[in-house]
Design a protein around this ligand. Structure first.
Ligand code: HEC
Ligand code: HEC
Length: 256
């Protein structure tokens, strides 16, 4: 996934060179949206726009609203387009839907995925609605915000895409003790981490011997699930779509 994003600009350039000029809506899409929604709308950090099940509606008015306001509390930004650009973009988004007939469908059984979620104690780090931990991201709406492929990769290879706020920090204090956690606060004199037990640990910077950001995710990879277990777990996560109000999404609890 990460590699694909890294390559995306190259692919775009190669296409523009080898093909006749593309429809204007498509180039607007490629330069503003494909980073998160994929080059053909297949999704990634953002949901699938070609064959996913939209939670924000399907009419032009719905799309216009989402694009010009963004979705607060999620990575979906707001955009300003000139009148004709917006119309071209909407036309392109519609064409993405009509060229794909199949609807993206989670392949497994969400109910048994829920059982697996409990069995593996994912809630030691994640919260869904009101239960679980806030060490990792709140998953109450994760199915609305990510593509199936992204969810799958988040389980088997979490280090592929770690949002900056969830990068782990490993600290060795002057007395030799080591703590790994998520940065909650930092200034020139102090650093505050939340450890996996959800305790806050405060360091005076003068007491820190070594400190480094971890490249890998704080989430362990779950690479020994059977294909069926993985399908079920992905289906369960995809079913978590939360509530949407006029103001935007019902936010997960942000404790950061
Ligand atoms: C930084 C990543 C990012 C970029 C860039 C981005 N989006 Fe999004 N988009 C998201 C995320 C994440 C969501 C899911 C919001 C949620 O959780 O409800 C989303 C949601 C949407 C939705 C609603 C989908 C649904 O299921 O109802 C539409 C439509 C959309 N984006 C269109 C666009 C368009 C068009 C652009 C470019 C002009 C764009 N996005 C750029 C991340 C992004
Ligand atoms: C030790 C803590 C920990 C455990 C246990 C854990 N996770 Fe995570 N998880 C995290 C952290 C931290 C992140 C954010 C960093 C990242 O994306 O890798 C994350 C990210 C995720 C994401 C991506 C969320 C998003 O918004 O894109 C999903 C999905 C996820 N975890 C599912 C699971 C599932 C399912 C399990 C159980 C099988 C699980 N996690 C177990 C800590 C954990």
């Amino acid at each position: 996934m990460k590699l694909l994003w890294a390559l995306a600009p190259l692919l775009v350039t190669a296409q523009t060179i080898s093909k006749p000029p593309v429809a204007p809506g498509r180039s607007i899409y490629l330069s503003n949206c494909s980073l998160c929604h994929g080059a053909t709308g297949e999704g990634g950090r953002g949901p699938n726009l070609s064959s996913g099940t939209p939670v924000h509606g399907t009419t032009d008015a719905d799309l216009r609203r989402v694009i010009s306001k963004g979705v607060s509390g999620t990575p979906m930004p707001s955009f300003r387009f000139e009148g004709s650009e917006m119309a071209q973009l909407l036309g392109y988004l519609r064409s993405l839907r009509t060229t794909r007939v199949a609807v993206e469908k989670a392949p497994g059984d969400a109910a048994s995925g829920h059982v697996i979620y409990e069995k593996l104690r994912c809630n030691a780090c994640h919260r869904i609605d009101k239960s679980g931990s806030v060490y990792g991201p709140d998953l109450s709406r994760v199915g609305a915000g990510r593509s199936l492929a992204y969810l799958r990769e988040s389980i088997v290879n979490p280090s592929a895409d770690v949002p900056p706020v969830y990068r782990g920090v490993a600290v060795t204090a002057a007395d030799g003790s080591r703590v790994t956690g998520i940065r909650v606060n930092e200034d020139s004199f102090s650093l505050q981490l939340r450890n996996i037990a959800q305790q806050f640990v405060l360091f005076d910077k003068s007491e820190i011997k070594e400190m480094g950001e971890r490249k890998e995710s704080l989430m362990p990879p779950y690479s020994n699930l059977t294909p069926k277990e993985l399908d079920d777990l992905v289906s369960y996560l995809a079913s978590l779509r939360g509530a949407i109000t006029k103001q935007g999404v019902k936010k997960g609890v942000e404790v950061r």
